[in-house]
Design a binder for this molecule. Structure first.
Ligand SMILES: [Zn+2]
Length: 565
């Protein structure tokens, strides 16, 4: 307890310093076209909040990206996933700026990256630099915009972070101005019966449609009728609101920045997304109504929090659980705001029906539910599970089966920390690396898990609850030339592209050797292709060898002699 208090006060202190310094900032824009947003900071995404802003790049790649302030390149990360090619610049004011999904790095950023790639014989690198290696001036071109990594359309994903704590900061609060005259829009309201810890009582929630009228937002009859059995002696009710926001110059649907929920004159709950730590970003699964998001793609922000929600986006100590009794009546006002203070407001009267309260004593019995406060070690002859405490956001149905079909938990529920699963290795199995554990989660989707073997057990970590099985992959990834037929002997193209496909597990290694020498081969995971950009001076006859390997060690080799013209 003492340790966490200390950490908390340190965080507040350092964060205040950054905020003060930053108020005086006037950054160079990262693009030389008007800054138009495709996405804002804090948007609800699968398993994370959006940790930056997405600037539009006119639907094209190759726009110049500028350092927003002087400083030095502290990190370059190259990956076929996530941020793709990303540049991190540390500035003297204690802020780090991040430029992601780049197509090309410029000058020494590019040459030093290729040097490390060649040395490590790996396209995927994560390089840290000292202030002397790559100093940059304000407004210096550092890279060209692109669509690499997890990006699905060309844009610049741009972030600001506190250099010391790596806290993600909302660029629209910390120095970046984007035209915004459009107010947020409120689309729905959800009510839940909650325990005193903010846990949802099963089968006691409902949605009300919110409509925009002449005088603001309303629900039918301006009345919210709550059944009397939503009342219990411990706990109360909570709300979630479906809200979206828009910016000028684009129709893109963005996320809610700030809100307050009042009951009469009292503030019941508040949200303000100024900063989110990367460590806590996965708690988005707890902040949003997970079911509405995963089933209907609706973005409800909860206006209350469960007992163990550590997110930094609530400027209130309140939990947001409203105690109610039969025949109660309250005036409720919900206000949504963007960073320019454009507002949307919804007002209604909450009325609780007359009738019996909920008198169930144990809502989540231990035999039926896993609890967020507990850790679990479950062992049988056929399986071993390890579950750390605070893995579950709410009490979760056990659905435990340790014989025959192996399963744990409600597959539609998210978890914060991966669980460890161990399944026994049957006698006589050989080539153990070709076996892996799979998890079948909600919707029947089967996911391979990175599996190791220790003693008599296969072992894996799973970020999903569901059914676990041992599977085998003995088939190598397929590999075919894409922009040349493969039968040509002479090639004039400067870029060679191959289609690579791994059907069961994952592609983990891909290496191109020319005359035995390793080359930088880029992997584009979205379209499943590999490409090689031939340096200008590479001419004449060469022997190409391309090797791809999946996570079960299955290897595919493609070789050819080619005459470059
Ligand atoms: Zn983004």
């Amino acid at each position: 307890m003492f340790k966490s208090l200390f950490f908390f006060s340190f965080f507040v202190y350092s964060f205040t310093i950054v905020a003060q310094k930053n108020d005086q900032q006037n950054y160079h824009p990262p693009l030389d076209i008007p800054l138009v947003l495709a996405a804002n900071f804090g948007e609800l995404r699968p398993n994370h909040f959006h940790m930056g802003v997405d600037f539009k790049t006119n639907g094209a790649e190759g726009l110049k990206l500028y350092a927003i302030e002087e400083g030095f390149v502290s990190r370059i990360k190259i990956s076929p996933y996530g941020y793709g090619k990303a540049v991190y610049i540390d500035h003297p004011n204690g802020i780090t700026s991040v430029y992601a999904h780049c197509s090309t790095l410029i000058g020494r950023l590019d040459s030093l990256t290729k040097l490390t790639q060649t040395k490590e014989e790996n396209f995927e690198v994560d390089i840290y630099f000292t202030p002397k290696d790559l100093p940059v001036k304000r407004g210096e071109v550092i890279a060209l915009s692109g669509n690499t990594g997890g990006s699905t359309a060309p844009h610049l994903h741009f972030e600001l972070r506190d250099t010391k704590t790596e806290m993600g900061l909302n660029p629209l609060v910390y120095g970046f101005q984007v035209a915004d005259t459009k107010a947020p829009e409120i689309k729905g309201l959800k009510v839940y019966a909650l325990t005193e810890d903010g846990y949802q009582i099963p089968n006691k929630s409902f949605i009300k449609t919110v409509t925009k009228g002449k005088f603001g937002y309303y629900i039918g009859g301006d009345l919210l009728q709550v059944p009397s059995d939503y009342c219990s002696t411990h706990g109360g009710i909570g709300f979630a609101f479906e809200v979206v926001d828009f910016f000028d110059g684009a129709p893109n649907v963005c996320g809610l920045y700030s809100s307050s929920l009042r009951v009469g004159k009292d503030t019941l709950f508040q949200q303000r997304i100024n900063q989110i730590s990367f460590e806590n970003s996965r708690y988005v699964n707890n902040h949003k109504d997970f079911k509405e998001y995963s089933v209907a793609k609706r973005k409800f922000h909860k206006s209350y929090r469960t007992k163990h929600n550590p997110l930094e986006i609530y400027p209130t100590k309140n939990q947001g659980v409203l105690p109610i009794s039969p025949r109660d009546s309250f005036p409720i006002a919900f206000k949504a705001l963007d960073t320019k203070n454009n507002a949307a407001e919804l007002k209604f009267t909450l009325k609780v029906s007359d009738g019996p309260m909920n008198t169930t004593e144990t809502i989540f019995p231990n035999w039926k539910y896993f609890h967020p406060d507990s850790s679990y070690h479950i062992k049988s002859e056929q399986v071993e599970f390890y579950v750390a405490h605070h893995t579950f956001y709410e009490p979760t149905l056990k659905n435990l089966s340790t014989k025959g079909t192996i399963s744990l938990g409600d597959p539609s529920q998210p978890i914060q920390f991966p669980i460890t699963v161990k399944l026994p290795i049957k006698k006589g199995l050989t080539n153990l690396s070709t076996y892996y554990i799979s998890v079948t989660a909600a919707g029947g989707k089967v996911r391979p898990l990175k599996t190791s073997f220790e003693g008599n057990w296969f072992s894996a970590k799973s970020s999903h609850l569901g059914t676990f099985q041992i599977k085998r992959d003995t088939i190598a990834p397929s590999l075919i030339p894409l922009n040349f037929t493969g039968t040509e002997i002479e090639i004039t193209k400067s870029r060679l592209t191959w289609k690579v496909k791994e059907n069961q597990t994952e592609l983990v290694d891909y290496d191109l050797f020319i005359d035995g020498k390793w080359q930088v081969l880029e992997y584009e995971s979205k379209g499943d292709y590999l490409f090689f950009d031939r340096p200008q001076g590479m001419l004449g006859k060469h022997k190409l060898e391309l090797i791809v390997v999946d996570s079960c060690g299955n290897k595919q080799v493609w070789t050819k002699e080619i005459f470059f013209k």
